[in-house]
Design a protein around this ligand. Structure first.
Ligand SMILES: [Zn+2]
Length: 80
């Protein structure tokens, strides 16, 4: 599973969509409880009480683009 930098970028993506703080907190606990090597869960599906998995789409040296297999939402991670 991607490292903690990915977690913070997922949380930023949730905040940009005005996800309630309580939902973000539950998502963070969910992320931390995942076993090593787990797929990255989709934050947008999680907010709706669904299961979604982010799948890698495009990867460059500075950007990793992932798309949810369930809802089709895209998340772009930047290597900062
Ligand atoms: Zn999703």
């Amino acid at each position: 599973m991607p490292d903690i930098g990915f977690h913070s970028q997922l949380i930023e993506a949730m905040k940009r969509r005005a996800t309630p703080a309580g939902t973000i907190e539950r998502f963070v606990r969910h992320l931390r409880a995942l076993p090593a090597g787990s797929d990255l869960p989709c934050p947008f599906c999680f907010a709706l009480g669904r299961d979604g998995t982010l799948l890698e789409q495009t990867k460059t040296t500075t950007i990793l683009s992932m798309r949810c297999a369930s809802c089709g939402e895209q998340v772009v991670f930047r290597d900062t």
